[in-house]
Design a binder for this molecule. Sequence first.
Ligand code: SF4
Length: 114
Amino acid sequence: MNPENYYEVIAADLDRFATVPDEVLWEIVTLDGRCLWLVPADETPEWDEEELTDRELAARLCAECPARRACLELELRVAGADSVGVWGGLSDEDRRALYPVWRARRGRMGGPSS
Ligand code: SF4
């Protein structure tokens, strides 16, 4: 899959959230987000000592997260192209590349694009 198709496939998968209010997305992420319950607040993750790229961290942290797509949708709405860090299973570099593709799809759907 070339990079353009990669981002188009992810953006298409997010279409199902187009009409979901922000508050509902927040609730999904805070209730089910793996990073919010995987490691207790007073402990450090076992991979804390490892040198991981953001893509590696995203793959490790978010891969099994049941809220991954909701998290990604929310981050695209809230932070847009200014997104920083690992959210929704993607590095900020990947989300910045995804953002215009996602926004263009929302524009074509006639819904809010940010
Ligand atoms: S997708 Fe990743 S960053 Fe988002 S809630 Fe899940 S584990 Fe946390």
